[in-house]
Design a binder for this molecule. Structure first.
Ligand code: 9MR
Ligand code: 9MR
Ligand code: ZN
Length: 568
């Protein structure tokens, strides 16, 4: 029998409210006994919850010897599972002494907490098949909130987050050798700023559309509070189409296949609402990387949207064909002149983007030239499956597209080598997650590294598809757990949900709208240069901004485990 997540959430909220009330209202003497009901900061769990059949890991900070732990039911505090703490390890990055609890043997749906003898208890969490559905939908709502060119409104946690129509004059042609404007309205704001940057837009779309291709049987059931709901397309594809339509507009700027690098102001705006940001915004000259990312997404989207709307798919395909032809005729890297602009640079080499474009064009069209293009790039560079990857280093997207393709004609040796690479990189992710202490499957810290932690879901899923070994799914659950509280901060890294979530993201609407809670469903970039450097401060754009590429990684990771049991 399946427990309803809604019901479990009510139970959890009640438990949390009781704990807070106990702390606030009791006399000092009574507070001493009440602390027993307040969660300990040293017991770190996934504050959203766990899937019944997959790994359940928690971390206890300190060395408590072989103390006993118990999983207790929230309903009556009865113990349903117990064990002894593992031996202490020192986390490789934050240098904390910790002990790991593996309670994967707990498989019955319900709401629970972890209690550790001599330490205390965790926050409550649920175990349910559909445990991540709401989080996935919150990420999608977060994306919707980043929509440019229209008014948006999101209701969450008792607040209404909204902005009016913005950036309706996008964008001026002065820097691309033209006059006047060409329509560039729509799409998502990139991040905490209001720029629109093709390299990152393409990467984000590539990640989420791959999610659609891998999990459409689940994602087709996602229901979103967006105006297009119930139309021609599933809601998930409606939200993606909002960005795709903006991407298509980019093709009109040059008209010959080249794609502008970005559409932004000359400098960043202040921390104002988008509708009050009235400075001129300009198309910025083309780059080969932006053109390649655009090509990849157009090709990928053409095959995804074809079953729903053939005419739209034809448009996407024509855009892919034109830009791919331009890339083939211009094999040299071309970087844009951005000297006049101090907005985000998104400067990057283009060999990874071109590899990805070739893979997607081949998958959609079966073109032998595109296959040869991909195989030459993948073979000659002896391209790896990268452990640490993202918008500037996205070759993995091309490699996964190739490996998962069912088309005939692949070079058997190359395919085998890619398969082995996928498995060995996924093994590294699992090893890191097992050893690190807080389950993190990445050993580096950089701007936006939380997004790269979430991206490991795609590496692990690719390995699982090849081997069917559960350890890869368990490793992906560890990444979700890490980002929702099993970490050095004991805090969720997503606004609006989980334990003690970020309150001051570098996100202009959150700062400017006069509501103390930030807009929900947004993953913050994360601490760097070391594990303990995250600051939940608006000024810390290096660690506390939000961005569509990090959200995209979360959409993939949570989509991987979404489970909709009822008919849509
Ligand atoms: O607000 C900007 C943020 O969105 C960018 O990611 C970041 C790095 O490019 O820059 C922020 O803008 C700051 C600028 O670079 C320097 N002056 C202060 C700006 C606002 O904090
Ligand atoms: O995510 C980007 C990160 O990898 C770069 O190191 C950083 C500095 O160039 O820029 C990040 O992207 C920002 C972009 O330049 C402007 N919009 C906000 C993005 C997230 O901080
Ligand atoms: Zn806007």
């Amino acid at each position: 029998m399946k427990l309803k997540t809604g019901l479990i959430k009510i139970l959890l909220l009640t438990a949390a409210a009781v704990a807070v009330q106990a702390e606030d209202e009791l006399s000092p003497e009574k507070q001493i006994s009440a602390t027993a009901s307040i969660p300990s900061k040293d017991v770190r769990v996934n504050s959203i919850g766990y899937k019944p059949a997959l790994a359940k890991h928690a971390t206890v900070v300190g060395d408590h010897g072989n103390a006993e732990w118990n999983i207790r039911s929230c309903a009556d505090d009865s113990s349903v599972l117990s064990g002894k703490l593992s031996s202490a390890v020192v986390t490789s990055d934050s240098k904390e002494t910790v002990q790991v609890v593996d309670f994967s043997a707990l498989t019955a749906p319900g709401s629970y907490y972890l209690h550790v003898e001599g330490v205390g208890k965790s926050v409550p969490f649920c175990v349910a098949d559909e445990v991540y559905n709401d989080s996935l939908e919150l990420q999608m709502a977060g994306l919707y909130g980043l929509r440019c060119g229209m008014a948006v409104s999101i209701s969450h946690g008792g607040n209404i987050f909204q902005h009016d129509v913005c950036h309706a004059a996008d964008g001026k042609m002065d820097y691309v050798g033209g006059t006047g404007t060409i329509d560039g309205t729509g799409g998502w704001h990139d991040a905490g700023d209001y720029g629109k940057y093709m390299v990152n837009a393409a990467f984000s779309m590539g990640v989420m559309l791959k999610g659609w291709e891998d999990f459409s049987n689940q994602l087709a059931h996602v229901k979103l509070p967006i105006p297009e709901t119930g139309g021609t397309f599933p809601d998930f594809l409606d939200e993606m189409k909002y960005e795709l339509d903006w991407m298509l507009k980019n093709a009109a700027v040059y008209g010959d296949g080249r794609i502008p690098h970005k559409l932004t102001r000359i400098d960043f705006s202040g921390m104002v609402m988008p509708s009050t940001d009235k400075e001129d915004r300009y198309w910025v000259p083309y780059s080969s990387a932006a053109t390649a990312g655009f090509t990849a997404v157009m090709a990928q989207a053409a095959r995804i949207y074809r079953p729903y709307d053939a005419a739209y798919a034809d448009k996407l395909q024509a855009a892919a064909d034109k830009s791919y032809a331009w890339l083939q005729a211009h094999p040299e890297r071309h970087d844009p002149d951005q000297a006049a602009f101090s907005t985000g640079g998104y400067g990057t080499s283009d060999s990874d983007d071109r590899l990805w474009a070739a893979a997607e064009v081949w998958e959609t069209t079966g073109s032998p030239e595109a296959l040869a293009d991909f195989e030459k790039r993948a073979g000659s560079a002896r391209r790896k499956i990268e452990l640490s990857w993202g918008w500037s280093n996205l070759g993995n997207l091309g490699m996964f597209a190739y490996l998962s393709s069912e088309r005939k004609g692949k070079d058997a040796d190359l395919e085998k080598a890619v398969r082995q690479e996928v498995i060995s990189t996924a093994d590294s992710v699992v090893d890191l997650a097992d050893k690190q202490g807080f389950g993190r499957g990445l050993d580096r810290y950089f701007w936006g590294c939380n997004g790269s932690v979430a991206l490991q879901g795609m590496v692990l899923r690719a390995a699982h598809k090849e081997t069917h070994e559960q350890k890869y799914l368990d490793g992906a659950i560890d990444q979700i757990s890490h980002l929702y509280g099993r970490n050095t901060y004991n805090r969720s890294q997503v606004t609006g949900e989980g334990i003690n979530p970020p309150m001051h993201p570098h996100h202009r609407p959150s700062e400017a709208d006069g509501i103390s809670d930030p807009w929900p469903g947004l993953l913050v970039g994360g601490g760097w240069p070391t594990a303990t450097d995250w600051k939940d401060e608006m000024e810390s754009y290096e660690t506390n901004e939000i961005a569509i590429n990090w959200t995209a990684a979360m959409v993939y990771l949570l989509g991987m485990f979404s489970e909709y049991t009822e008919a849509p």
